[in-house]
Design a protein around this ligand. Sequence first.
Ligand SMILES: *Cc1c(COP(=O)(O)O)cnc(C)c1O
Length: 393
Amino acid sequence: MKTIYLDNNATTRIAPEVLEEMMPYLKDYYGNPSSMHTFGGQLHKKIEEAREKVAALLKAKPEEIIFTSCGTESDNTAIMSAVESYPEKKHIITTRVEHPAVMNFCKHLSRKGYRVTFLPVDKSSGQLRIDDLLKALDENTAVVSIMYANNEIGTIYPIQEIGETLKERNILFHTDAVQAVGKIPIDTNKLPVDMLSLSGHKLHAPKGIGALYVRKGTRFYPYLIGGHQEHGRRAGTENTASIIALGKACELAAKNIDDEVIYLSRLRDKLESSLLKLCPDTRINGDINNRLPNTTNISFEYVEGEAILLRLNEYGICASSGSACTSGSLEPSHVLRAIGVPFTAIHGSVRFSLSRYNTEEEIDKVIEVMPNIIKDLRMLSPFGRDKLPQECR
Ligand SMILES: *Cc1c(COP(=O)(O)O)cnc(C)c1O
């Protein structure tokens, strides 16, 4: 059975071009880029070329890019750098819908004596209100960290507007752009952010490589301390092959991004509108006017997300769910709770996230099998058959 992979916000396939580019650096060119000899030293040049490609995707300068081991490290580094750089400031602002890489790091800091404000978001759309941010700011605020786009619901946040507000007040601004980079255009010349995180495996590079953009002139304090790699901003021998891979992945993304936005949103919209039409009592979670082109999060009332995923799995279809357990945690999604999705709908939520490698036939297959899966499961629903729509009773 062929896999239909619709879980690209969890991780992506390595692009064949990326794999080809990185392979020689796993096999033959294994030197240390810091070595004096040519065998190692030549890798230094390859790393700098990769840095230029990552920078180009963000319209940044190469020296503004620091390679890290993952999106999580980039997020932790950015926030830690901010609080280390402004030791007198003990307040951090973030949101209730961040990825655990930001959310749990901020919770950790709150146990270390920092005050953390978790901004609420609007019902259903998950949007932020700038007013809430303004009310939370004070002279003690060291950093504001707000994600560019949400991994679960795809909502895109008003990073431009937030950045302008913070720039006027001279407050550091970090954005976790792991889900946005490579999916939608980002121009750091125009976007007033000081730091921005990205991760390789969310844009067709391997797992275990990330980068942090740090605007020139921003105070920076390293998180990993040791050797002089990355100009002393991130110690540790470079993951050469993966850095080269990330460079290639960014180059591919930059080349194709406009076409992919159109391609992915067309497929996503087809999937979404068909499922909404064919399955009664469904709703979309997230901001349909401001959303990643590849993501849809749909709640199917009265059914368990896990059950849906298991049934989809029988057809080789991979998706993910916001309900308990599937994500390896006992709590249902903090994002869906933050946007006020009712209990029954959280448990029946399914996220489909597409990539350039999905085809229309694959989407048609999901549209074909899903209505029957939902109908079957609703017959068995523990949430009360009397609540079920007439045709499913
Ligand atoms: C995946 C993800 C991360 C973490 O990236 P890793 O490379 O897996 O550590 C952080 N933030 C968001 C929004 C993500 O989707």
